[in-house]
Design a protein around this ligand. Structure first.
Ligand SMILES: Nc1ncnc2c1ncn2[C@@H]1O[C@H](COP(=O)(O)OP(=O)(O)O)[C@@H](O)[C@H]1O
Ligand SMILES: [Mg+2]
Length: 263
């Protein structure tokens, strides 16, 4: 039954030979990365390593210069034609992009909308979900992120941690195949970090498929299945989360973890 098990582990996200340069500078040097269904992968590495660019190339907010991105077996951003690959237009790419939600460092909630409306707007107008159903889902998600009593609050009335939890609920409301997080706690007051991390840990436990750029080693240690470490546009180390974090093999990882270089 080997083809059954192979089908069962088809990656949700798959990158092959992904390359990107800005001007003369190679920022992604040929990345191969898979995220399996239900997996939480923590993407670590120093500032400038190319982590944000990798996420932005995953959903084609940034066009890669080479290589390919597959979501659940579907090529992203291009279609195969007889003569080769052809770039998809914005509309079709937008449809693919909806399958991946992104959570940013700076929440990006609409300030003049309530928490509830920030969450329902995408499903209603992009996915065509009815208002009633969108609100029902949004309330369930607000409950899930611990904000069941704040649906009428505007972003300015919420703390940074609460706003980020609304942003996470908004991301989930689109029923994405994958959620991409780019340093979701980096802009928060330290006292707000824990509440966001604990929501993310619950999502990881619930089997939400996530690729998370983070400096929160505790999160990576407790919630990630796998850790991938990047430096200078390439992957320098990866493996089972605790294995990598407890026994880092490269100086890049050791430095990132605040350990000295090996003697
Ligand atoms: N739009 C851009 N134009 C030019 N250079 C960029 C752009 N985006 C990122 N870079 C450069 O690419 C490198 C990697 O950036 P980034 O992906 O943001 O790294 P990280 O998220 O790991 O800190 C950095 O040197 C950055 O200055
Ligand atoms: Mg970044």
């Amino acid at each position: 039954m080997s083809d059954v098990s192979e089908a069962a582990v088809r990656p949700v996200l798959s990158m092959r030979g992904l390359r990107k340069h800005f001007g003369g500078r190679e920022v992604l040097t040929g990345i191969d990365l898979d995220v399996l269904p239900g997996e939480t992968v923590a993407l670590l590495g120093p500032s400038g390593a190319g982590k944000s660019t990798l996420l932005r190339c995953a959903n084609m907010l940034e066009r890669p210069d080479g290589g390919s991105v597959w979501l659940d077996g579907e090529l992203i951003g291009y279609e195969q034609e007889r003569t080769g690959l052809r770039a998809l237009g914005e509309r079709r790419m937008g449809r693919q992009r909806q399958e991946m939600s992104m959570v940013f460092q700076s929440f990006n909630l609409f300030p003049h909308w309530t928490a509830l409306r920030n969450i329902t707007e995408g499903p209603r107008h992009v996915r065509g979900v009815s208002r009633e159903e969108a609100e029902q889902t949004a309330r369930r998600l607000l409950d899930r992120v611990g904000l069941g009593d704040r649906e009428d609050a505007y972003p300015a009335q919420l703390s940074g941690g609460q706003q980020q939890r609304v942003a996470i609920a908004r991301a989930l409301a689109m029923r994405p195949k994958l959620v991409l997080f780019d340093e979701p706690t980096s802009a928060l007051d330290p006292s707000n970090v824990g509440e966001v991390i604990s929501v993310m840990k619950e999502l990881a436990q619930d089997g939400v498929t996530m690729l998370v750029v983070t400096h929160e080693i505790g999160f990576a240690h407790e919630a990630a299945d796998r850790v991938v470490v990047m430096a200078q546009g390439g992957i320098v180390e990866q493996g089972e989360a605790r294995e990598v974090l407890d026994n880092p093999r490269t100086d890049v990882t050791r430095a990132f973890l605040g350990l000295g270089a090996r003697a």
